[in-house]
Design a protein around this ligand. Structure first.
Ligand SMILES: [Fe+2]
Length: 388
């Protein structure tokens, strides 16, 4: 077994500490905070042990704090406003987000609003950018999926318009990626979040903003996911496997920070904005099980760097797109992912209608502009019909 090193990564000015017991490295930072709000969901912060460890450091340092534990999956614009109001009313000085992407994104969003004023929707639609000076945000990440601890984006849902999108909300100041905190992640969440990370590197490395840097970290991340997700499915308490999945998802965060995502995430956001019961990673797994072929055809070299890990006989040429799709679906089957959109109540007509909204919604424009191929009705119908 390779030694599981603890080390630092500086992306976008974040001081991210990666590795077992990395919270210890940020003791001084936590000790210097003034009445931070700890943002969490209902269970995982406690179950993972992260909340207890953060609270212990704060208490030993004499730092008073308040807890906001109302964060839910798929956070909304209104929920971010609620947290911002709570922060102001409690006279807080800084955020400590303990959770997965939903919790970190909620804290990022509320912090942008606290710092820049106005309405959350201004930031959501990109009318306003968060100011440079913001309250301190420490992100203690508990999943190996979103990479939100390493990037500047937050994803929110605006229910009134059935819109879900990522927007720049500002980097955390400090992040903690400790694989010990992911050992209690349930099996289905372990798969969903890993497929989310895999989708980040597939889309970032094939987007119109990609670069040799993004391609290199994407290939590395995908190789780790293909090697270690089956091990976590076998034994969820395999710390070495969790370490590398977390490493892959952190790299995925850096990859989308540089090259963003494209059609896979655009389509998934349309589905889960409409039906929030659909987990982000599950939606992505289903969509990419077909979309991956289109991506491979359009960007064979970049896709081959990722998928040849699954099938070394693949060649970087468009003719191998279908076999690349088979390799990807084979991997999903191997880790036990069998879900369909039908399981979440979607009908073929609904999926087609939702997919086509990507052509008309202004807020979804960048997801199609960054795709490495032309996105039209015909393509969307083809993908929808292969999924339901
Ligand atoms: Fe994602």
């Amino acid at each position: 077994m390779e030694a599981l090193k603890t080390f630092r990564v500086y992306n976008g000015g974040i001081e991210l500490v990666f590795g077992p017991n990395s919270l210890v490295e940020l003791r001084r930072v936590l000790a210097s905070m003034k009445r931070p709000v700890i943002v969490t969901g209902s269970r995982s912060a406690r179950e993972s042990g992260a909340l207890g460890e953060v609270a212990k450091v704060l208490e030993e340092s004499g730092v008073g704090y308040v807890v906001y534990d109302k964060a839910k999956p798929n956070p909304t614009v209104e929920e971010a406003e609620d947290l911002a109001r709570f922060y102001e009313a409690e006279g807080c000085g800084g955020f400590i987000a303990i959770g997965g992407g939903s919790v970190i994104d909620l804290a990022k969003s509320a912090r942008a609003l606290v710092a820049g004023g106005g309405r959350m929707l201004d930031y959501f639609y990109g009318v306003k950018q968060p100011p440079r000076a913001k309250p301190t945000l420490v992100a203690v990440n508990l999943t190996h999926g979103t990479g939100s601890e390493a990037d500047r984006f937050a994803v929110l849902t605006y229910e009134a318009e059935v819109e879900k999108r990522g927007f720049p909300a500002g980097y955390p100041d400090y992040s903690v990626d400790d694989p010990r905190y992911t050992l209690t992640l349930p099996l289905n969440q372990s798969i969903y979040t890993s497929v989310d990370a895999l989708s980040h590197v597939v889309e970032a490395s094939t987007s119109r903003l990609s670069s040799p840097f993004v391609e290199a970290i994407s290939a590395e991340a995908a190789a780790r996911i293909f090697a270690y997700l089956p091990r976590v499915v076998e034994n969820p308490r395999d710390l070495e496997a969790r370490y590398w999945l977390l490493y892959a998802s952190m790299l995925g965060g850096v990859a989308i920070d540089h090259a963003l995502t494209h059609l896979g995430h655009g389509l998934e956001h349309l589905l889960s904005a409409y039906n929030p019961r659909l987990p982000h990673g599950a939606g992505l797994a289903i969509i990419h099980s077909k979309l991956i072929e289109e991506i491979y055809r359009a960007r064979p070299l970049e896709s081959w760097r990722i998928l040849s890990n699954l099938d070394p006989s693949l060649k970087p040429r468009p003719e191998d797109a279908e076999r690349a799709g088979e390799a990807f679906r084979g991997f999903l089957a191997r880790v036990g992912f069998k879900e369909t959109l039908g399981d979440y109540g979607f009908t073929r007509g609904e999926v087609e209608r939702l997919f086509k909204m990507i052509l008309v919604k202004q807020s979804m424009r960048r997801y199609i502009d960054l795709a490495p191929f032309r996105v039209d009705e015909e393509l969307l119908e083809k993908i929808a019909s292969s999924l339901v």
